[in-house]
Design a protein around this ligand. Structure first.
Ligand code: DGJ
Length: 552
């Protein structure tokens, strides 16, 4: 991997102090958080912007999720081989209930110990995934003593009276057992992880139920025929009544969403009482543009139509993250919009490991996202699809590594600028339409179809050929001062224009380099001539530019 730090070793870098008008430290204080090192990771928000604070400062999860069955020590060499090539700073890894409590009340945390040890050796943080009552809606990761006791741990009963492959969120013994196991895990973590290698914990996985919109068991029916809880009425400003009276035809789904969310919240609360780490849930999305009824997705999970229900029901959950597998631009961005409106922290905990998906990192981070993570990024070849990745095939996923090698070295800078509300980012649309970013006095046009040489308005200019492997353009821009920007990205042309009429832009300087870990820019070399005459053309080579603008 190319590293400016290495390139600079033994040389004296040109260092220029950058001027920032806003300070992340001040924002942290305003958000009620102390800027200390070595304290607990936590989520903070201020003015509709969010940050995940790790080691006392904003952090971006440049993540990768392992395959579902990679959570055993023998699998780890094939996991690290991929993570290291990718340059991910966070590994999302399951910890299964069946694994830590094979016999009731007897806990075994050997897996957690091995994982913590190896993550530290690889200088990678962890987001643990608690696979328990729900894993893609089903109880497949519960211990056998749960699976085989349907009386104590009841299943959802569908409208026809049949049991389905999902546990009832109204099973009080199930909740007690899950919460007890999760609390034991978090208690163990408190002692075993004083350095906070674990920065976030996902509670359950893709909650909800396939095959029934809700539980129709007698117990559930009694609750359904009773009054809607006050907390939910308040959240939606509704008048009291039974579920059917208040929610009409949506009542079944809203009831199930509320029941699942209350359950998940209770599990999260039990864990946070041991160690107060940020907790998240992930979402099996319904179609973000043209959704069908709840029988076409996992009813009860935090789909976009019941997000407010989940927010009201699950205050211990800090992040609701969409698993985005639809690769086209319109669906992808619709999902991103659903899960980032109203100032909610945006985190994509799973996304398809396909060439063209990697570019969306720029759009996610550019909307203030706190992280991005493709799924199935290991060499175990245990993946669920034909694209399992043997190491030799890794080049097909090079764009994810390109992303992380671009952002990774300056991750703390981008995270801080994001929390200060200074960054914007875009990704190439399927139609390759230019994106316009309005920075007030400056308008930025991002083009995805321009070759690196030749003015955008030349009649003879030929578009950059479409990449047969998939769309690949994306850019991230931070405003540094009134006329100064930090620009990074790949396969884009970036053009600045003054908004004031009659004014023309001129570059005062464009320098390629990096931040030194803080706010000190280090110039590697200055761009001019062919490198700036036709806009700022970023290729597949990782480059970051400091751009100072003037007018004439
Ligand atoms: C989404 C789930 O959350 C993952 O655990 C995994 O099953 C993937 N789907 C498979 O693509």
């Amino acid at each position: 991997m190319f590293s400016w730090a290495k390139a600079f070793s033994g040389k004296r870098p040109v260092i220029r102090r950058l001027h920032t008008s806003l300070s992340a430290a001040a924002l942290l204080l305003a958000a009620g958080a102390q800027a200390q090192t070595n304290d607990l990771p936590r989520l903070v928000s201020h003015d509709g912007r969010n940050a995940l604070i790790v080691d006392g400062a904003p952090f971006l999860i440049l993540g990768a999720q392992a395959n579902n069955s990679s959570n055993y020590p023998a699998q780890l060499p094939m996991v690290w081989a991929a993570i290291d090539r990718l340059g991910a700073n966070t590994l999302e890894m399951p910890v299964a209930w069946e694994q830590i409590e094979p016999s009731e009340g007897q806990f075994d945390f050997a897996w957690v110990d091995t994982l913590l040890d190896q993550a530290r050796q690889h200088h990678v943080r962890l987001a643990l995934l608690w696979f328990a009552t729900w894993k893609n809606g089903s109880p497949h990761y519960t211990p056998q003593w749960v699976k085989t006791d349907a009386k104590r741990f009841p299943r959802v009963i569908n409208a026809k009276g049949e049991a389905v492959d999902s546990l009832s969120p109204l099973g009080s013994a199930t909740l007690a057992a899950d919460a007890k196991a999760f609390a034991a895990l978090m208690k163990y973590l408190k002692a075993a992880d004083p350095q906070h290698t674990v920065i976030m914990v996902q509670v359950e996985n893709e909650t909800g139920t396939w095959g029934s919109v809700r539980d129709y068991s007698p117990l559930a029916q009694t609750a359904f025929d009773g009054p809607v809880p006050q907390l939910l009425l308040k959240a939606r400003a509704l008048k009291p009544g039974t579920w059917r009276e208040v929610f009409g035809t949506d009542a079944d789904e809203v009831f199930h969403a509320w029941s699942v969310a209350r359950y998940v919240d209770a599990v999260a609360a039990a864990g946070q009482a041991q160690v107060n780490l940020p907790m998240s849930v992930n979402v099996a999305l319904r179609d973000p543009i043209a959704p069908k009824g709840p029988d076409s997705y996992e009813s009860g999970g935090p789909t976009d139509n019941v997000l407010d229900v989940w927010h009201a029901a699950a205050p211990h959950i800090g992040v609701i993250g969409p698993d985005i597998y639809q690769p086209d631009y319109a669906h992808y961005m619709a999902a991103v919009d659903h899960y980032s409106h109203d100032g909610e922290p945006l985190f994509v905990p799973e996304t398809a490991r396909s060439y063209a998906t990697a570019r969306y990192m720029f759009a996610v981070l550019g909307r203030g996202g706190i992280g991005f993570s493709p799924f199935g990024m290991d060499f175990t070849a245990d993946a669920t699809t034909a694209e399992a990745i043997p190491a030799a095939d890794f080049d097909k996923l090079q764009p994810f590594a390109d992303d992380y090698h671009l952002i990774g070295p300056m991750m703390r800078y981008w995270a801080k600028a994001s929390f200060e509300g200074r960054i914007r980012g875009t990704a190439e649309s399927d139609a390759r339409t230019p994106d316009i970013i309005d920075f007030g006095d400056w308008i930025v046009t991002v083009r995805y179809d321009r070759p690196p040489f030749g003015a955008s308005d030349w009649a003879q200019i030929k578009p950059r050929p479409v990449n047969p492997l998939g769309a690949d353009g994306g850019v991230l821009i931070a405003r540094q001062g009134p006329d100064e920007f930090i620009v990074t990205g790949r396969m884009v042309r970036v053009e600045f224009m003054p908004k004031a009429p009659g004014q023309h832009m001129q570059f005062l300087s464009v320098s390629e380099g990096t931040m030194d870990g803080g706010d000190h820019w280090m110039t590697h070399h200055v761009w001019n001539g062919d490198q700036t005459d036709y806009g700022l053309n970023l290729s597949a080579v990782p480059r970051t530019l400091d751009v100072r603008l003037g007018t004439y």
